[in-house]
Design a protein around this ligand. Structure first.
Ligand code: SF4
Length: 512
């Protein structure tokens, strides 16, 4: 009777440093070289050297995944402190483990190619009384990129402006979000559709960014940006430390009651919506009299003005250096000499105080202490800035075959939330609709989670976790399921304490 290949236990030929065992037929020695077939490049690797991607090397004639597989250990609480990733042990001791306290990640696990072979690790363990299976691999992604959120009200470039790294186009500015500028970097077009140089530049920028390193990019007609996940952005060489408190209209809403007793008029300068207190609904409700102020720009609704200036690095993300420029006039019907005016940017970084003279012209005056307090409050209500990097990729392709012989059933299982997708143990957001398109915050993945192959494409860890019963129903590779102890017995591994921010166990949400 024939046995299905998927039911055949895997070859356990050991490798020297991390990664899965390499089946004997995997190697094709040419002289003393070994051939890596973990990706379509199929490098021949000389002894003591690594292949094009540095992930695999020839160690004494054995094809070796050069990084250890990363195992996460349940984080222990230290008071209320969130425990970040930290190295527990550089090696897996091989001792029997307590079920549920460890999780094998795709980081350093290796890749199978072509994908019809079972994933590098298919590990079972009992979690909360349920026999769970986690399928672990390092996916190779051409369809991938990074969505970058830069907390700043400064103008970094026009929407759709191209973003360059190493002089090559690697992405573009996309639609801004509240208080933040957004970039879309990478994607299949930049990785493979613009030529080799652009593809490699894109690949390098993405790997560095996802690995938590800093990169510098230039926006067409815009700013030079220093970007690093989890760190404040550097815009044209200056660290931008504070987000705006809100748009100009929101700021009026927040602070009008504090300003009303102490000043006749307040203008909050903002590239998006500049607010005018006396016209704004908040000012009207507080009984503030019209000041007669007339601003440049386009009035949207009372007290809310669009396009008072061009985007820039001046007041409130505009190109304004002197705020008086945005005032056309004070109408004599309402304005009177001695009227007081506070102008402030949405971060409280820029502010000025004026008193109207006999000609109804604003004249600079010292800011009264009570208003200084309110400006300080605007500043203190601004959150610290950060650059956020979400890696986004499509896992709906051939790598599913490493999980099951019936790939669409994995997609269906993920869609039905029976299977949890994690990236290096970090929670992912799986987008609705077809395929398995996921996003992950790169700061929540273990170090060294992201790599590359020079096709060019990115490599990222992936784990699919589900109850064993469900895995078998999906047509999973039953013969390749190993206990964690057996799976790791011959494989060098490093143990990291899991990031306390991440749910534990990483398969949270999966039910029987
Ligand atoms: S690029 Fe890396 S994964 Fe691909 S064949 Fe070469 S060494 Fe192996």
């Amino acid at each position: 009777m024939n046995k299905h290949p998927d039911e055949t236990p895997r070859d356990h030929t050991p490798t020297r440093m991390g990664g899965p065992p390499v089946p004997a037929g995997h190697l094709e020695p040419t002289d003393d070289k070994v051939r890596c077939d973990a990706c379509p490049i199929r490098c021949f690797i000389k002894p003591g050297q690594t292949g094009s991607c540095d992930r695999y090397g020839n160690v004494d004639g054995v094809l070796t995944r050069m990084d250890p597989v990363t195992i996460l250990q349940r984080a222990t609480e230290t008071g209320k402190r969130v425990v970040p990733f930290s190295l527990v042990s550089e090696a897996w001791s091989g001792e029997l483990i307590r079920q549920g306290d460890y999780f094998v990640t795709g980081t350093g696990s290796g890749t199978t190619y072509p994908d019809y072979k079972p994933a590098p690790f298919i590990v079972s363990q009992e979690i909360d009384g349920i026999d769970m299976v986690t399928v672990v691999t390092e996916g190779i992604f051409s369809y991938c990129g990074a969505k970058v959120k830069i907390d700043t009200d400064r103008h970094v470039g026009s929407e759709r402006a191209l973003v360059y790294s190493e002089g090559e186009e690697i992405g573009h500015v996309t639609t801004a979000e509240y208080g933040s500028q957004m970039l879309s970097l990478g994607g299949v077009h930049h990785l493979t559709g613009l030529g080799r140089k652009a593809g490699l530049a894109t690949m390098r920028a993405l790997v560095q960014l996802c690995a938590g390193e800093s990169i510098e990019v230039n926006v067409e007609g815009g700013a030079r940006l220093g970007l690093q996940a989890g760190v404040a952005p550097v815009i044209d060489g200056v660290i931008d430390e504070r987000m705006r408190v809100g748009c100009g209209s929101a700021a009026i809403g927040m602070f009008a009651s504090q300003w009303a007793p102490n000043v006749d008029e307040v203008v909050v300068v903002d590239d998006h919506i500049t607010g005018v207190m006396s016209e704004h609904q908040a000012g009207v409700v507080l009984g503030i009299k019209p000041s007669g102020i007339k601003l440049r720009g386009r009035r949207s609704t009372p007290g809310r003005y669009f396009e008072i200036a061009n985007p820039g690095s001046g007041w409130g993300g505009t190109d304004i250096e002197d705020p008086i420029e945005i005032i056309e006039e004070f109408k004599p019907k309402y304005a009177t000499p001695g009227l007081t005016l506070l102008m402030v940017s949405t971060t409280g970084t820029d502010y000025a105080y004026f008193i109207l003279d006999e000609d109804l012209t604003p004249q600079p005056a010292p800011l009264p202490p009570i208003l200084q307090e309110s400006v300080d409050r605007v500043r203190s209500n601004c959150e610290p800035t950060m650059t956020s990097v979400l890696f986004m990729a499509g896992a709906g392709g051939s790598l599913r075959s490493g999980v099951t012989a019936d790939p669409v059933r994995l997609t269906q299982s993920v869609r039905a939330e029976e299977t949890t997708v994690t990236c290096g143990g970090a929670p992912t957001y799986v987008w609705p609709g077809g395929g398995i398109t996921f996003s992950v915050d790169v700061t929540r993945t273990p170090m060294n989670s992201f790599g590359y192959v020079p096709t060019p494409a990115l490599v990222a860890p992936l784990e699919f976790t589900m109850p064993r019963e469900r895995y078998l129903e999906l047509g999973g590779h039953a013969g390749s399921i190993l206990s964690m102890n057996d799976a790791l017995s011959d494989v060098p591994a490093q143990i990291l304490r899991a990031d306390g921010q991440n749910p534990w166990p990483p398969n949270v949400g999966v039910g029987p």
